[in-house]
Design a protein around this ligand. Sequence first.
Ligand SMILES: [Mg+2]
Length: 178
Amino acid sequence: MAGLADLFCPDLYYDRISSVNLDDLRSRGIRGLVIDLDNTLVAWRSSEIPPDVSEWASKAKKMGFTLCIASNTRRYRRLAGVASALGASYVTGVSKPRRAGFRRAVRELDLPAECVAAIGDQLLTDILCANRAGLLSIFVERISQREFVVTKFNRRLERRILDSLRKSGKLPERRMAG
Ligand SMILES: [Mg+2]
């Protein structure tokens, strides 16, 4: 079981995407970010970008990071709107934890995988997918409690995996802004 839990273990853990330390990522050689949409950048099914998220993305762009949103949402206009507001590209039809979508996102960024980090709010999809694709994996806590019914089910398993990673001392310390 220990080996299996490792697949879900994030490299970095933050309370929120806007807390992710961009200088730290740069020092690790990261130049591109693959980012989940729902509950990572915006609340579930929302198009409203929180001001701190928008500020963080604009700082990332100024620092030379390229951003690509990877989502399975069918609300393409919402996805395109958020991407355009953040100066990001996007890929659609990403069925995590299958790797194909993240690979498309990495191609879109035009960077080698070792220069790309993936950021998402779910261990069972985002983090597993990032680890399988060889990207630096960054786990952030969800923006809101509202979620898809399947996600609610996955959260129960996620809590058990988090506990197990914590107990074995593998879960990175949860960091906050500043
Ligand atoms: Mg999400």
